[in-house]
Design a protein around this ligand. Structure first.
Ligand SMILES: [Zn+2]
Length: 207
């Protein structure tokens, strides 16, 4: 057993706990059939729980149409050197933290466009082989986590006015009518079932 101690100690060092805990964040609504576990990574000085709550509330509200929700099961501190993400290599390096499941949600101080470093991005679902994780700028609007979870659940961008996957600025419909559409929901349900079966996502609590 003793030879495992350095490994355990190394893991503890690699996964420092943030001052914020999952108990301070919204849980999946009680009626949610499939509660997807999130592994949250935050800059050391990040303390905007209102921002996190808003992201989780919108995600849970919009995912309800496919019987799903999200819930943070662990909070970790991101190393200072990784709090700003400007290059493709830096997006990829985040994947060295944690594992594929639970789904990693990295909140960073700044997220640059991969093709144009001068341009700012609000969120991205980054894929490397069989692995994927969500990277979000701390300046992102409240619906960005829900949009990225659309990508996680197999959706491309959309031209439907009522889709949260449509990135075109528009005056209609109002934000509260924008979500996952009837066309998108079957794709999400299928992808979610496949990812859970393959243990590439996991539940925050037993079904
Ligand atoms: Zn997108």
């Amino acid at each position: 057993m003793s030879n495992r101690l350095p490994l355990l100690f190394g893991l503890l060092l690699a996964l420092p706990a943030h001052a914020l805990t999952p108990a301070e964040l919204p849980k999946c609504p009680a009626k949610t059939a499939i509660c997807i576990a999130l592994d949250l990574w935050l800059p050391a000085d990040f303390s905007d729980t209102d921002w996190l709550r808003a992201q989780l509330d919108v995600a849970n509200d919009r995912l309800a149409v496919v019987g799903a929700g999200v819930q943070v099961v662990a909070v970790h501190t991101l190393p200072d050197a990784q709090a700003r993400v400007e290059t493709v290599a830096q997006r990829t390096a985040l994947g060295d933290h944690g594992q594929q499941a639970p789904l990693r949600w990295f909140v960073v101080q700044h997220l640059a466009d991969a093709a144009d470093p001068a341009a700012v991005r609000k969120g991205v679902t980054w894929r490397q082989g069989q692995q994927f994780w969500v990277i979000e700028s701390q300046s992102a609007m409240r619906w960005v986590l829900a949009h990225e979870l659309g990508h996680v659940l197999g959706l491309p961008h959309s031209t439907e006015a009522k889709s949260i996957m449509n990135k075109t600025p528009r005056l209609w419909p109002p934000p509260w009518q924008i979500g996952f559409t009837a066309r998108e929901q079957p794709v999400q349900r299928r992808t979610l079932a496949r990812l859970l079966r393959a243990q590439r996502l996991r539940l925050a609590r037993p079904e």
